[in-house]
Design a protein around this ligand. Sequence first.
Ligand code: ATP
Ligand code: MG
Length: 400
Amino acid sequence: MEDEMEYRRKERTALAVIVVLASLAIASLLVAFSYYCYIRNKVSRRLKNRKRVDHEDKGDSGNLQVTTDKGLQVFTFKQLHSATGGFSKSNVVGHGGFGLVYRGVLSDGRKVAIKLMDQAGKQGEDEFKVEVELLSRLRSPYLLALLGYCSDNSRKLLVYEFMANGGLQEHLYPGSGSNSVALKLDWENRLRIALEAAKGMEYLHEHVSPPVIHRDFKSSNILLDKNFHAKVSDFGLAKLGSEKAGGHVSTRVLGTQGYIAPEYALTGHLTTKSDVYSYGVVLLELLTGRVPVDTKRPPREGVLVSWALPRLTDREKLIQIMDPALEGQYSMKEVIQVAAIAAMCVQPEADYRPLMADVVQSLVPLVKCNRSTPKIGSSPSFHATPNSSSALPDPSRASG
Ligand SMILES: Nc1ncnc2c1ncn2[C@@H]1O[C@H](COP(=O)(O)OP(=O)(O)OP(=O)(O)O)[C@@H](O)[C@H]1O
Ligand SMILES: [Mg+2]
């Protein structure tokens, strides 16, 4: 009897040992299998990446699409070289602070503008990074889209959608610009461009968190597509300074002469209202057809804001400062309203300048057909008549 009990106990112990050992074996197998899967996954991912790079190195400009997590396309230098006909002079459409701007055609047929960083230029790789980082998270029909970039050692290139009619300044000041044929902008087109640019700025200031201050808003940074619809460009480059704690203030950070808000120029204190000032200067350009600073003019007329501001609220004087290229073909009522908005935007006291949302609100009723195909150089439907309006709009309508 005792033997039997002893035998049973041994049997139970043996069974327990077997169960424990079997469990351990299964657990080890599971661990080993998981590790195998993990390694396999890692290796296959690495192989995939290597294949992609090999593909790129071979310069396969055909169907290669490397897209970053930011939704931007990464191009090889070779791809952009062939898109621009070897960066041929005939494809140069402009030259700015970043470097030369080329027109190009990608292998899939898309027309693009390619900015090639001027290595000896005043802007560096940091600005390139900011442009890529910032532009990749902003999307608005009123902002120029960055399609991709190339960062090949010291060669940095930015690839944008192509704007067939170039910068606004080329049309306001024919002869100032690049290859595109300057076309006379009538009043209706000027109004629509003002509204679309205001919507771009409204997006930067009010629809993005934290707000983006453009810092270099000007007529050459308003680009026009084939139908003369406007988009704001170059805001990534302008944003850089604010991220450098205690960093030096470069000329780029200060923006462009004639557009800089007085308080920013004097104190370096930057707010969205500095952009509103620059926007007001562009409105003055649209009204008068004059550049912001013109050293060839008599001393009192050289600075557009100082010259125009006292004339904006006087109806008779306003007619005298209007762009002669408009040949008097505009609605005086609309001109008075735009002049009032411009006056509020360029006033020295930043707090009293309107918000861009207010500017948009004020311009919307003046623009007849939003986003339709504009008629360039066609007869406008309104003419300046001395009696078309009797009063300036209430400035409080547009103030913030
Ligand atoms: N996406 C584009 N499509 C077509 N033309 C463009 C495009 N981007 C720029 N350009 C042309 O190139 C010119 C130079 O542009 P760029 O932005 O390099 O310099 P900028 O605006 O004159 O000065 P800054 O460097 O201070 O912004 C523009 O005026 C325009 O004619
Ligand atoms: Mg520009």
